[in-house]
Ligand binder design. Structure first.
Ligand SMILES: [Zn+2]
Length: 182
């Protein structure tokens, strides 16, 4: 997937604030992937849910989900954006210094970098509007059974490479709702 090398992943999570309800809350996760520098541009929208213990863990879970998508699509490098400053600070501290509750997910994030170079950037909330909306929608959705996958990208036609690859993944604790490619 040479043409996907300029992949920008916008990530966000939605859940009640820490201390608002029980510790094991279900967060909505939203990922907006934009493949820049290639015409016509292509994008992928992902909605998912996952149980978490804190806002920070939810934001990190969204980042790990995005990293898993990058790995699955065999990207060589990927840039991940979050609007959560605390998450960027925790990642900069590294696995050993970060909050203990975040370490398993940080370790997972680092492991996914084996074949792909990751960059993490902090953006403003306004710049993260699409991922934010996807996360809010995921949080509000009622229970579903199987994830749905669809491709509306005209130039893919019958040969969409992203959807078949993502359909094969075991998502673990992540409850994938849908993946839409445009
Ligand atoms: Zn597609």
């Amino acid at each position: 997937m040479e043409e996907h090398q300029q992949a920008l992943f916008y990530t966000d999570a939605a859940l009640p604030p820490d201390g608002f309800s029980d510790a094991n809350r279900r967060a909505g996760l939203g990922i907006f992937v934009c493949f820049a520098g290639f015409q016509p541009s292509k994008s992928i929208y992902i909605r998912a849910r996952r149980r978490v213990n804190s806002v920070l863990m939810a934001e990190l879970a969204a980042l790990v989900l995005a990293a898993k998508v990058a790995e699955t699509l065999e990207l060589r490098n990927a840039t991940f954006y979050t609007d959560c400053r605390d998450l960027v600070l925790q990642l900069q501290k590294g696995e050993a210094q970060a909050f203990w509750s975040l370490r398993p997910l940080i370790s997972q994030f680092l492991c996914l970098q084996d074949r792909c170079v990751f960059k993490v950037g902090k953006i403003n909330r306004q710049e993260n509007e699409i991922a934010h909306c996807l996360a809010m929608q995921a949080k509000a959705m009622s229970n579903h059974t199987l994830p749905s996958f669809s491709c509306h990208f005209l130039n893919h036609g019958i040969a969409c490479d992203a959807i078949p690859a993502l359909q094969d993944v075991t998502w673990g604790p992540v409850d994938l709702i849908d993946v839409i490619c445009f």
